[in-house]
Design a protein around this ligand. Sequence first.
Ligand SMILES: O=C(O)CCC(=O)C(=O)O
Length: 267
Amino acid sequence: MQTLSKRDVDSFRLQGYHIARGIFGPDEIARLRTGFAHIQELAARTDLCEEVLKGHGDVHVHLQPPEPLSGPAAVQYLRKVQWPSLIHPAFEEIRTNAKFPALLEPLIGTSLKQYINQINFKMPGSDIAFPWHQDIRPTPAFTDQSQHYVQTIIAVDEANTDNGCLHLVPGSHKLGDLKAKRYAAGQIEEHVDISTAVACEAAPGDVILFTSFTVHGSVPNTTDQPRRSYINGFVRADACTIGKWAFLDGKPVPVTSDHDYHALRPT
Ligand SMILES: O=C(O)CCC(=O)C(=O)O
């Protein structure tokens, strides 16, 4: 199983990101796509409750239509779903796949908690963007997050500049918490020269890793095909007092929730 070399780790610490190529294979990506298909069916339903649509529990099905919409017409405006592992087993299988602790061990060890489990959608014509931001994690629950937290994004579809791939600003993590309101226009740009951003083009199965301080963002997908990705944010377990367990000494810990999501799961 692939892990990060010393050179990869040094580059991650210096640049604030790294792209690990070909971590997940075609079968795993095909399996993930069955999960995405289920979520797209779910988003087309008209009986989703407010708790799920507003994210008052763990699961949040976040639709961002230009005007109030529900049913099949809303699917195009899916922005993200939080904790899809509670809804479809494909997401749980990949979240707890041994490839993650193998890959991340040189950075944060093999006892890992998880603060974010999320799928992102950029459907054609949806105009969904993620303006420049950092993924700051709450303190004091997180200790020294620049060293102990790794955001991971699996490319599920090919990601390129036409379909709004992720852009990152190398070295921006060294500026720490910029205290910018998330997605607020112009706030990040006051501190960071975003003209130095790099496009993270990726093939299905590649994993982009970055720190919670690394400035990143993306523009809408202008193609006629979806761009979907799977995000898991891992933290060294002893550097975080919140979140859900993912791995204990490298062994997977199944996801749990205080909420009942059986009505959202495949029958
Ligand atoms: O993959 C992308 O387009 C950006 C994702 C992102 O920045 C986020 O979910 O906060």
